[in-house]
Design a protein around this ligand. Structure first.
Ligand SMILES: [Zn+2]
Length: 346
């Protein structure tokens, strides 16, 4: 079997010289073909060439078939491995998971919201100033509605007197910063959204940077100076502001946005009320469900603004008197000499 020895020697030499495997297999195939040809050409089994190679025609052909089967098997295996090593083809990134589709199904059914509106809600970034009576329901409904990014800024901690109306907080939250208690409650309500808590007061110095990250602002804080600071920042940034206010049994809400022709807060209330004329909730009291009504309306107006549905409260101040269960709308216009948004463009 000198021929077999020659094949073995060629393989060993090829491996030792680090010749590529394919080339070794190629040389072996050529030599094997020559052996087969020699056996086929020289019928005489005692021919010196045949005796030097050794074996028989059937033996060499059989060896070739076995080698071919082994090679074919290895080739198939390497193909399978290559396919397994490839990353699974990526499913195109669906805008919503099945869990989200179920969660927002009642929105998606609405003609005015639908899939495109729900996508807008997911992409929306809303800042809520004040996590108090108005902020509580507004935040809860914005989170439940699937507003993708919600910022909440408030410097206060939860106190016992808040719990009569600030439904975002539990008894166990007493003493905690409101924004962190809010973050926990909202994430528990909807884990598919992002909450950004800012445990600080809204100040003019940080306003521009803060508003740059948001498309829409809701203000429900109970401090006139802060409300004016939020208004100035929104006018400067050209962003719509949904503003709510409550006292005792009466609440009001409007959408301020000079950039789209609506007045700003300062057009309606250019100066701070005289001391004692507009007492806050701590002094005058407030009916517990009133912020629920006005706060939920703020969330409703925000959802409408984001999905571009219906008619907004631009240029309209809506006043709700809960004691008489009456609502009325007042048309409001930009002030010609408003200190914040200036004269309307001609
Ligand atoms: Zn104005």
């Amino acid at each position: 079997m000198t021929g077999l020895f020659l094949l073995f020697l060629l393989s060993a030499l090829g491996l030792a010289l680090k010749v590529p495997r394919r080339l070794i297999w190629g040389i072996l195939a050529v030599v094997w073909a020559a052996f087969v040809a020699a056996h086929a050409l020289f019928a005489d089994p005692t021919h010196p060439l045949r005796s030097m190679i050794g074996g028989s025609l059937a033996g060499w052909v059989g060896l070739g078939v076995v080698a071919a089967i082994v090679l074919a098997y290895r080739w198939g295996l390497s193909k399978l491995r290559a396919r397994a090593a490839q990353p699974a083809p990526q499913k195109p990134q669906a805008p919503f998971s099945d869990a989200e589709l179920n969660r927002y199904a009642r929105h998606i059914l609405l003609r005015e919201v639908g899939g495109p509106g729900q996508k807008r809600l997911k992409a929306a970034r809303v800042l809520v100033v004040g996590a108090g009576g108005l902020g509580s329901p507004a935040l809860l409904y914005l989170a439940a509605a699937g507003v993708g990014t919600i910022g909440v800024i408030d410097p206060d901690t939860v106190s016992a007197s808040n719990l009569q109306r600030q439904v975002l907080f539990r008894d166990a939250d007493l003493g905690k910063p409101k924004v962190f208690a809010a973050e926990a409650a909202l994430k528990a309500q909807n884990p598919f959204i992002t909450i950004r808590p800012y445990h600080r007061a809204f100040r003019t110095e940080i306003a521009a940077d803060l508003l740059a990250d948001y498309d829409l602002v809701l203000d429900g804080c109970d401090d006139f100076d802060t409300r004016q600071a939020v208004n100035r920042a929104c006018v400067a940034a050209g962003k719509p502001l949904i503003s709510g206010a409550i006292a005792q049994w009466e609440g009001q809400i409007s959408l301020f946005h000079p950039a789209s022709g609506a007045p700003c807060l300062a057009c309606l209330f250019p100066t701070a009320p005289a001391p004692g004329l507009a007492p806050d909730c701590a002094e005058a009291g407030v009916m517990g469900a009133l912020p629920g009504i006005i706060g939920a309306m703020m969330a409703s107006e925000a959802i409408k603004e984001i999905v571009q549905a219906g008619q907004s409260l631009r240029g309209t101040l809506l006043i709700h008197d809960a004691l008489w269960a009456e609502s009325r709308r007042i048309n409001v216009q930009r002030g010609a000499d408003c200190p914040v948004c200036g004269p309307p463009a001609q």
